[in-house]
Design a protein around this ligand. Sequence first.
Ligand code: GLC
Length: 644
Amino acid sequence: MNQAALHRLLVSKRPKLGVDNTQDLFNTRLSTNLSLISSLFFSLYPKENYEVYFHKLLTEIETLFSQRPESLKTLDLERLKAGNWYQSERLVGMQLYVDRFNKNIKGLNEKLPYFEDLGINLLHLMPITTRPSGENDGGYAVNSYHEIDAKYGSKKDFVNLAKKARSKDMILMLDFVVNHTSDEFEWAKKAMAGDKKYQNFYYTYPDRQIPDEFEKTLPEVFPKTAPGSFTYNHDMEKWVMTCFNTYQWDLNYTNPEVLIAMLGNLVKLANMGVDVIRFDALAFLWKKIGTISQNLPEAHQLIALFRMCLQVIAPGVILLAEAIVAPRNIIKYFGEGPLEGNECEVAYNASLMALLWNSIATKKTSLLHKSLIEVPSKPADSTWINYIRCHDDIGLGYEDDFIRDMGWSPSEHRKFLLDYYCERLDWSPAKGIVFMYNPKNGDGRITGSSASLLGLEQALEQKDKYKTEQAISKILMLHGIILSYGGIPIIYAGDEIGTLNDYTFTEDQDHKYDSRWVNRPIQNWKTVAKLPTAKNHTSQIFKGLKHMVQLRKKMPVLADTHPAIIHPSPNPHIFVFERSNGKSNLWVVSNFDENTQFLHVSWLLSIGIFTEDKFIDIITRKKLKIENNLLQLSAYSHIWIGTN
Ligand code: GLC
């Protein structure tokens, strides 16, 4: 049983919940988590030197709880009572940039009916706090963790939005940029002014000796635009660690004061009414010379420590791991061994995302299948965020040994994927851009909107109806998979109307070197206005997606209480998984090929699908197409087989 389950149990023993016993339950939670908090703390910060900071942390936990608004304290208890609410089939999310979606927070508020119409009830708002003007990595260089940037509105606007969203049972998710601050953050400014205390909040060094040691093994995140991992600061006359951009200073968590201060920032964010907190770039939280400084055991201990403290203060708030790392490493962010279920409740399923793009390019599902069955299963209380595209690039993070098992060379295979997606193959329908190609090791990533990467842009340019239909089918197929796989599906704003690449970033001084902006479009409200009457690709995509969203919400079998069962399809182009909750079953079948493909009924029978009339495609409510004992799946078709 993980700690959250214990807290749920303790709450369930109270017949009445309310303001009277919030303090009481806080005390119980603190004592329940205390031994774990202390062992995690002292494993990172040895007792002989840091005991006083442990006491500071405990005092801070009490202070932060006293600052949590009463309404949220009550909500926390309701959430505990509601069990694993984040595993529900009724959740469907959308990720968006507030300003690019509809001007500002007030503008977003006006669009709540749009989300309701599509069935969206979880919103991931990209960073909205203050940031440097000019380059700021889309707000991931933070000047503050809770002051809203004026271009988005005010704190009041946000609190109003949070209230309104809550009244509509909508969940809000915001980022907590836990690994770094901007160089304009108050701690960075004090460090630059010579304050040693704050210089020690970051990794700062008077000369290149230690930076050189680190750089021997630190991989570069943005090799083209920000090579190296340290930046010289003239004011401070010191080198500072900057794993991402030169203006993003890595926080030094070997200093317990940083942990305590950041816990305060985390709770302030939660106190604004945020339900899910996205722990940005959390794989990077602990650095050690001689390692790649990602996914280190200490990073996991630190995350669990944040989790255990936040759980005492605000048990209704959950954490999302943004760890875009190899499949075997992602799973660890749910917590392993004694920490199982005690790190993040939710993690991005970056593996599924990258594998789906691999299957589109290769038209084969073998790597997808192999990788999914070999990754250890996640703890029962956790869930995935399933997505196809987001504001970032697509990293080709497959396990090399799995690629070799397919008989492919990992480096050649990655080169093929870059070629396929980035207009280097005549026959490929994709239009994407190579991102951060590193000639030193041949690594590169891909940017582009899902519609453009799936061939819609090219098809429309060529006015090719057949290709347009294929692109639409691919868009709906990939979304159908994330809607049914198990976890919270998140649609990237714009994808619901097939938004194409936005090349205007090349004209913007602050964006032109970062091609991720090709997929950060301004929402096209003119297109949206025409949706009800339009008969074109946008309305086909929107309606198809909306239909699947509505279906999902009515199917308890899609709640993430039981993991997806991946079936080894005998046809290498077809991906088959089954969802089952002991009461009903659903089989999701997708053809990744441009030609019709077949599955023999005897195999369908072996996985429990009978081909009598009662089995239908739940999406179209049509009978399965069976001829000569073969189930027919047209190009890029995607069906949900269930019983009538
Ligand atoms: C995360 C964000 C990405 C950002 C990086 C640094 O990976 O998704 O957009 O550049 O963190 O904060």
